[in-house]
Design a protein around this ligand. Structure first.
Ligand code: GLC
Length: 563
C-alpha cells in the first residue's frame, strides 16, 4: 500500500456543542508564519492571507502566540499593553479582520493571555518604579526589601526559569539602591501580585475586551504560576525552578490559583458560543494538571508529560493511559501535543537519543527523526480528545540547530544556565514556496526574515509538498480528513488496548455504530509482523499490507478500519 489513502467515509456533522473536546488546534507563531509587509517579521495580515491554507489542512481552531504591544524582551511574552496590537504585527483592525475571516472560513481563534507577568514597560510597573518605595501601585507586583545589612541580597533564593536570580534590585527615584522585584522569567517580565484586587479586575476586563472582539478562547501562559506560596518562602531543598517536572515548590501550582480560573469560567459563560481557556500549566503530575480542567475551571490543559515522553513503547502507552485516567474523573478531554514554540521540534527530538530533554542542540539523524516524527504525529492524531499542531510540524520541519549566536533572540540563551535557551531553533519562519529563502514567507523576493532559513528547506515548502505522494503535508491533510470522517475517531474516552508484540502499540476505538478504528504503531527500529487487523486507511511510511499478515516497518504507524 502506498500511503496515504484518501478518506472514504461520509463526514459526520460538526457537533453543535463542545467543539473543543475533539478539536485540532493549530498554533501560529505570528513572527514566523507569514509576512505581508515585507519587513522580515510575520504579521496579522500575513496570517489572515494564509487562513485558507489552515482551513484546507483541516484544523478546527488556531491559537496565536502574543501579538500585543511589547518591547519583545521575550518575543512578545512581555506585554506592555494587553489591548493594543504591536505595530510590528499590525493594528487592532487587522486583529478584528483576522478573527472575522477565520470565522467566515469556519475556524475558531484562540489568543494568548499572559497573566503571570507583564513587561517592565507596562504603565503600572513604570509608575511603581517612578513613585518609589511605599507607592500603592507597587502592591500590584512583588516588591520586597533585600536581605543583608544593606539590603544587598535577594529577598529569597528563587531562581528565574531562564537562569539567574528571580529578583532584580531597583533604583530609587533618587538613584540609590532600592527594593527588589520578583520575575520568574526575564528581568523585563515582572510578576503580578494576584492577591491584589486590581490585578484580578484588570484581567477580567482584558478577557472581556478580547471576548467582545469575538475570540473563541485563550491559551493561558504560565497558568500555574499566578499564585505564590504565602510569604514567598525559600525554595530550600526543592529542585531549582524548571517548568516541567518541577516538584511541588512555592512558586508554581499553588492551590489558590484555582479560584482565579473558577472566576474566569463564569466570565466565559457570559458569552455565547462556548469560549474556552487552555492552561499552560506545567504541573508535576497528570493528576495535578487535571485540577485546572475541573468542570468549573478551564477547559483544556496542555499535556506536557506526553510531549516529554521518549519514542519508546512502554512509556508512551503509560502516558496515554495515565492521561485518560487522570482526565476521566474531571470529565475533561485529554489533549496531546508534540511541539510548540518553547521546545525542540519533535522531528529533531526523535532524531537524537532519548533522555536529552526538550532543548536539544544536535541535529541528530534527520531521516530517523522525520520517520519517527511522522509515526508520532499519526499516533497523536489517533488519540481521543484534542490535539495541538505547531506550525511547520505538518511540513516535517526540523529545528534549526546551527543558528549563529548573533541572530539568536531567546533571552534564555543569553542567561546561560536557564532551562530554555535554544528556542530560536523552532521559531525559524516556515517555508511556503520557491527554491530559496525567504521561501514565500515574505511577499518580497529575496526579502529578509528575522531568523535565517536553511538552504535545504526548498523541498519542505508547502508548495513542494502539496500533491506530492507521501509528503508529510499530505499525510497530515489525509489524517485530519479521516479524523473528521471516521465515526470512531470521535469521542473522548473510547480507546481500548489490544494485545501486541513487544515494542508495538495497538489500540482500537469504537463508536456506537459504524466501523471500528484501529491503530498500530511499531515503535522499534526493526520491522515487526502482525496479523492484519482490518483494511488499511493510511500509514506514516510505505507499508505493504498482506491478507493475513502485515509487516510493520520500523517506526511506523498504520491506521485501520474494520469496514
Ligand atoms: C511560557 C511561554 C514562553 C515564555 C514564558 C514566559 O512558557 O510559552 O514562550 O517565554 O511563558 O512568558
Amino acid at each position: 500500500m502506498t500511503q496515504p489513502l484518501v478518506a472514504t467515509h461520509p463526514a459526520h456533522a460538526s457537533p453543535a456543542t463542545d467543539w473543543w473536546r475533539e478539536a485540532v488546534i493549530y498554533q501560529v507563531y505570528p513572527r514566523s508564519f507569514a509576512d505581508a509587509n515585507g519587513d522580515g517579521m510575520g504579521d496579522l495580515p500575513g496570517i489572515t492571507s494564509r487562513l485558507p491554507y489552515l482551513r484546507d489542512l483541516g484544523v478546527d481552531a488556531v491559537w496565536l502566540s502574543p501579538f500585543y504591544s511589547s518591547p519583545q524582551a521575550d518575543a512578545g511574552y512581555d506585554v506592555a499593553d494587553y489591548r493594543v496590537v504591536d505595530p510590528m504585527f499590525g493594528t487592532l483592525d487587522d486583529a478584528v479582520e483576522l478573527i472575522g475571516e477565520a470565522h467566515r472560513l469556519g475556524l475558531r481563534i484562540l489568543v494568548d493571555l499572559v497573566p503571570n507577568h507583564c513587561s517592565d514597560q507596562h504603565v503600572w510597573f513604570q509608575q511603581a518604579l517612578r513613585e518609589g518605595p511605599g507607592s500603592r501601585i507597587r502592591e500590584r507586583f512583588h516588591f520586597r526589601d533585600g536581605k543583608g545589612p544593606a539590603g544587598e541580597l535577594a529577598p529569597n533564593d528563587w531562581e528565574s526559569v531562564f537562569g539567574g536570580p528571580a529578583w532584580t534590585r531597583t533604583k530609587n527615584p533618587d538613584g540609590t539602591p532600592g527594593e527588589w522585584y520578583l520575575h520568574l522569567f526575564a528581568p523585563q517580565q515582572p510578576d503580578f501580585n494576584w492577591e491584589h484586587r486590581s490585578v484580578r479586575d484588570e484581567f477580567g476586563s482584558i478577557l472581556r475586551f478580547w471576548l467582545d472582539l469575538g475570540v473563541d478562547g485563550f491559551r493561558i501562559d504560565v497558568a500555574h504560576g499566578l499564585v505564590k506560596a504565602d510569604g514567598l518562602p525559600d525554595l530550600g531543598d526543592h529542585e531549582r525552578m524548571r517548568l516541567l517536572g518541577n516538584d511541588a515548590g512555592p512558586c508554581f501550582d499553588q492551590d489558590g490559583v484555582h479560584e482565579i480560573y473558577r472566576h474566569w469560567n463564569t466570565v466565559f459563560a457570559e458569552y455565547a458560543g462556548e469560549r474556552i481557556g487552555v492552561a499552560e500549566a506545567w504541573a508535576p503530575t497528570l493528576e495535578r494538571t487535571a485540577n485546572y480542567v475541573r468542570p468549573d475551571e478551564l477547559h483544556q490543559a496542555f499535556n506536557f508529560q506526553y510531549l516529554a515522553t521518549a519514542w519508546q513503547a512502554g512509556p508512551l502507552r503509560e502516558v496515554i493511559q495515565g492521561t485518560l485516567d487522570a482526565m476521566r474523573p474531571v470529565g475533561a478531554p485529554a489533549t496531546w501535543v508534540l511541539s510548540n514554540h518553547d521546545v525542540t521540534r519533535h522531528a529533531t527530538r526523535f532524531a537524537n537519543p532519548p533522555g536529552l530533554g526538550t532543548q536539544i542542540r544536535e541535529a541528530g539523524d534527520r531521516a530517523l527523526g522525520l520517520r519517527r516524527a511522522r509515526a508520532a504525529s499519526l499516533l497523536m492524531l489517533a488519540l481521543p480528545g484534542s490535539a495541538y499542531i505547531y506550525q511547520g510540524e505538518e511540513l516535517g520541519l526540523p529545528d534549526v540547530t546551527d543558528l549563529p549566536d548573533e541572530v539568536r533572540q531567546d533571552p534564555a540563551y543569553f542567561r546561560g544556565a536557564g532551562q530554555d535557551g535554544f528556542r530560536d531553533g523552532c521559531r525559524v519562519p516556515i517555508p511556503w514556496s520557491g527554491t530559496s529563502a525567504p521561501y514565500g514567507f515574505t511577499q518580497v523576493e529575496d526579502g529578509p526574515s528575522w531568523l535565517p532559513q536553511p538552504e535545504a528547506w526548498a523541498d519542505l515548502s508547502v508548495e513542494a509538498q502539496t500533491g506530492r505522494d507521501g509528503s508529510t503535508l499530505e499525510m497530515y491533510r489525509s489524517a485530519l480528513a479521516l479524523r473528521r470522517s471516521h465515526p470512531s475517531l470521535g469521542g473522548t474516552d473510547n480507546l481500548r488496548w489490544l494485545p501486541s508484540p513487544d515494542g508495538v502499540l495497538f489500540f482500537e476505538r469504537t463508536a456506537e455504530d459504524g466501523p471500528t478504528f484501529l491503530c498500530t504503531v511499531n515503535v522499534t527500529d526493526t520491522p515487526v509482523t502482525i496479523d492484519t487487523p482490518g483494511k488499511a486507511l493510511m500509514a506514516s511510511n510505505h507499508t505493504t499490507t498482506g491478507n493475513a499478515q502485515t509487516v510493520l516497518p520500523a517506526d511506523t504507524t498504520v491506521w485501520w478500519t474494520t469496514a
